[in-house]
Ligand binder design. Structure first.
Ligand code: PLP
Length: 449
């Protein structure tokens, strides 16, 4: 890694002068200038290397600069850079075929978008048109994207300033055994009571007004919450009974993250619509989409679908998806995610939970894990209050800063540290990152009472 601090300073200066950043007060941010990346690592212009335990925004499922995908993008660029969605294009046809081959059940038609939020927007549009109903139900502990409907459906605080002008969104509580909203004593009770709660919300909203229920199959940013056995099947049954469209958001959980191609595969559940983005091509070129059931696709057989995007199924994005999916299959990357979760991340995090009083719970699947940090293991009081900022967030901010100092790029949200490396991370890389986490957890341990 060749250092070039002067270039780094120029990159940073132009950024601060002209780039307007997401989710940030512009005067207080301090973005790291990145010089390059490969596999599970990236580096800055000082030559300092970081192990990427965040997979950026939990999307680089095959790591950085996978040579097969880089080559596929270069080849497609030389052949055909762009073409309008109305045409049949080889890369687009093949990407749709490879995705449909992997999605559960009869989700065999693919509508392409540029990312996850647009995928959810269009899934909701399809559900409303298909049912002729307006309302969409989602959980409080969720993130569905930053466009109008997607952010209104989101449960986390990013919704608060964004839901104005959007109607027909209703939130409910999903299952979360560690912090049960239902005073449940075990997973089976949590499942049963969460389903009863959902059924009651539907009854009081009026089942004939509900177009869709949208869930993250495994909740991502809002906590890596794995549904108890029977929950997704229960939601499926409720949807069938009331004619409600069941949408699974697999934008973060899909394409290997949980150790299966789709998280829904763990429970054998088929939704009516499944949204994806991120891991479909590791984010090398923006891409997302909706996988559509035969029944919903039939709604638009004679009647036009009133939605579209200039870059729906962009050839460069689709070529990168084809190469990504093929590389994942050839290299056993989904199996690797499962194996790393079962044999390294799970056991090591459980051992850390024994050693560190600030660890309240560890949970996860594949390369999709959360370490939930608490002030006190008995009371389960979170180490930082919900949506903490400034001094109240110090324990998590200190933890993240210390990780970075030691060359580990962390993913934190609220009172949690998420262990979300690429799906093709090696055993030794994971061990390197977990060893750093083990050391820095002494910082949060110091905040326990
Ligand atoms: N849905 C889930 C579960 C996500 O995690 C995200 C992004 O983090 C989105 C939707 C939105 O995707 P995008 O940022 O590509 O619009």
């Amino acid at each position: 890694v060749d250092a070039d601090p002067a270039l780094g300073q120029a990159v940073k200066a132009a950024d601060r002068a002209h780039v307007f950043h997401s989710w940030s007060a512009q005067s207080v941010i301090d973005p790291l200038a990145v010089a390059g990346a490969e596999g599970s690592y990236f580096w800055d212009f000082e030559g300092k290397r970081y192990l990427d335990f965040s997979s950026q925004l939990v999307n680089t499922n095959i790591g950085h600069q996978h040579p097969k995908v880089v080559a596929a993008i270069q080849e497609q660029a030389a052949k055909l850079c762009t073409f309008a969605p109305a045409f049949a294009i080889e890369a687009r046809s093949e990407a749709a075929r490879l995705i449909a081959e992997r999605t559960p059940g009869d989700l065999d038609k693919i509508f392409f978008t540029n990312g996850g939020a647009e995928a959810n927007e269009n899934a909701i549009r399809m559900a409303r048109l298909h049912t002729g109903r307006q309302k969409v139900l989602s959980t409080y502990r969720s993130y569905h994207g930053a466009t109008a409907n997607a952010i209104a459906l989101t449960g986390d605080p990013r919704r608060w300033q964004n839901e104005i002008g959007v109607s027909g969104v209703v939130h409910f509580w999903g299952p979360y055994p560690y912090r049960s909203n239902f005073h449940a004593g075990n997973e089976a009770q949590e499942c049963e009571r969460a389903l009863a709660h959902l059924e009651q919300v539907i009854a009081f909203e009026g089942p004939q007004t509900v177009a869709a229920i949208i869930l993250e199959t495994v909740v991502g940013t809002a906590g890596i919450l794995i549904p108890p056995a029977g929950y997704l099947a229960g939601v499926r049954e409720i949807c069938d009974r009331y004619g409600i469209v069941f949408i699974l958001d697999e934008v973060m959980a899909g394409f290997g993250r949980t150790g299966e191609w789709f998280a829904a595969d763990h429970w054998g559940v088929t939704p009516d619509l499944l949204t994806f983005a991120k891991g479909v091509n590791s984010g090398y070129v923006p891409l997302g989409g909706v996988a559509i059931s035969g029944e919903i696709a039939a709604t638009f057989a004679e009647r036009p679908f009133p939605g579209g995007l200039t870059y729906s199924g962009h050839p460069l994005a689709c070529a990168s998806a084809v190469a990504t999916i093929n590389a994942m299959a050839e290299e056993g990357i989904v199996e690797n995610a499962k194996h790393i979760g079962e044999t390294v991340i799970g056991p090591e995090l459980r051992a850390m939970a024994e050693r560190h009083p600030s660890v309240g719970e560890v949970r996860g699947l594949g390369v999709f894990w959360a370490v939930e940090l608490v002030k006190n293991r008995e009371t389960r009081e979170p180490i930082t209050p919900y949506n903490a900022a400034g001094a109240a967030n110090a324990p998590i901010a200190e933890l993240a800063a210390e990780c970075k100092k030691r060359g580990l790029w962390p993913f934190t949200n609220m009172n949690r540290f998420h262990v979300v490396p690429p799906c093709n991370v090696s055993e030794s890389e994971v061990k390197e990152g977990l060893a750093i986490l083990d050391e820095v957890l002494t910082l949060t341990d110091a905040h326990t009472v």
